[in-house]
Design a protein around this ligand. Structure first.
Ligand code: TRP
Length: 393
């Protein structure tokens, strides 16, 4: 019965490495929740992972099994969801080609994620020279504290706080550059490939190949979904209606910070991975920053800026209220607070790590092959419709 048909969900991740607690709290918990209610396709976006650097192919390939291992370990179930690898389904490339002619180059140049990459590269190469005001950066408290440390000749602490301020400043400056650089101001550096420009077109092909109707994504990906919707509408209008107009599914995801206070990310080297053994978890939590203003054990803390607190919030529901109260009241020192988090993380992550290790490479590969075979059946059917719509029978 048509009314009972489950809606199609498509989402994907680039295989850039093992999964960390940020992925679990953000994307994966969501994916797990959705797999009963929807017909889910979860994609290993390996082609996308090559768009910044095609020479990374070997590394990307090596990351695939580790990533899927973690997906399976947290409860993505291949009986319920189709886990597939983009490059095993060549129809992605064909649909990408068909779509590439429906999108103008200026439209792609306006894509925010592209502009961000461009700004980063220009900055690295010295393309942009501008004066940036960091008046929005609210660091007065920290600066006062650094001065105090300097006066007390505590060089270690002064240095550490300075680097935390600098990291925050870097993020803000990058954000400003992204929004302020206009495209026609400078030439596009030669490092920018045609493939990178087309990143969101490939993503549109990912979604529409399975006639995805609902796309769980983070807010940063909304512009890509908007382009997907435009492409679907244009295709349907120019040729024959083939595609649904997909909707984003923005779920409120808890904030998880890395151990240096920036966004948790493998590339920042501040992540706690699902596969980290207890000793490593202990070490990472111990060396994590906390509220830099909480210097002594009984100083009152600001949980909202503390990466340790954010993890308590997600993984330690039972104690979090008491921890927040005690931290603010200056009754709970950071060392004790970290020890409690360490215990909780070890308890939560150990079964995940053990489950991940319980699969052989061959088991994981077989799941990916089987999922990709299922995906391909759907993809072939869509491509037949697409070819028919464009060129006729
Ligand atoms: N671009 C997405 C990201 O970086 C990954 C991705 C590729 C994706 N294809 C997709 C997400 C299709 C949703 C739907 O996170």
């Amino acid at each position: 019965m048509a009314e009972n048909r489950k809606k199609v969900i498509l989402s994907g991740m680039r295989p850039t490495g093992r999964m960390h607690v940020g992925h679990l709290a953000g994307v994966l918990t969501n994916w797990i929740r959705l797999q009963d209610e929807y017909e889910c396709y979860y994609e290993i976006a390996d082609w996308h992972a090559l768009t910044d650097d095609p020479a990374r192919a070997k590394e990307v390939n090596e990351n695939v099994l580790g990533m899927v291992r973690d997906w399976l370990a947290v409860g993505i179930d291949p009986q319920k969801a189709v886990i597939f690898r983009q490059s095993y389904v060549p129809e992605h490339a064909e649909l990408h080609l068909a779509f590439s002619m429906l999108v103008s180059v200026p439209r792609l140049l306006r894509n925010p994620t592209f502009k961000e990459k461009l700004a980063e590269l220009r900055k690295k190469k010295g393309y942009t020279r501008m004066s940036l005001k960091v008046e929005r950066l609210d660091v007065e408290d920290e600066v006062d504290q650094i001065l105090r440390f300097v006066r007390e000749e505590d060089e270690d602490k002064a240095r550490r706080m300075l680097s935390s301020v600098i990291n925050r400043a870097k993020d803000e400056v990058l954000e400003k550059i992204t929004t302020e650089v206009s495209l026609d101001e400078a030439a596009i550096p030669a490092e920018i490939s045609y493939g990178l420009l087309g990143y969101p077109v490939l993503q549109a092909a990912d979604i529409l190949l399975y006639k995805g109707e609902v796309v769980p994504i983070g807010a940063d990906q909304l512009p890509h979904l908007e382009l997907t919707r435009e492409i679907a509408r244009d295709f349907n209008r120019i040729y024959v209606p083939v595609f649904p107009i997909p909707e984003p599914l923005l779920t409120e995801t808890p904030k998880i910070l890395g151990t240096d206070g920036r966004k948790m990310s493998k590339s920042y080297n501040n992540a706690i991975f699902l596969s980290d053994p207890p000793e490593i978890i202990r070490k990472k939590v111990r060396s994590s920053i906390t509220d830099p203003m909480k210097v002594r054990r009984n100083d009152p803390g600001r949980p909202e800026v503390c990466p340790i607190f954010h993890m308590h919030k997600v993984f330690n529901g039972e104690e979090v209220d008491e921890i927040e109260r005690a931290c603010r009241a200056g009754e709970l020192g950071c060392v004790a607070c970290k020890n409690r988090l360490t215990e909780v993380l070890i308890e939560k992550l150990t079964p995940i790590r053990e489950r991940a290790e319980s699969y052989s490479d061959e088991d994981v590969l077989e799941i990916v092959r089987e999922g990709s075979r299922k995906a391909r059946e759907v993809a072939e059917r869509t491509m037949e419709e697409v070819r028919g719509a464009i060129f006729g029978p």
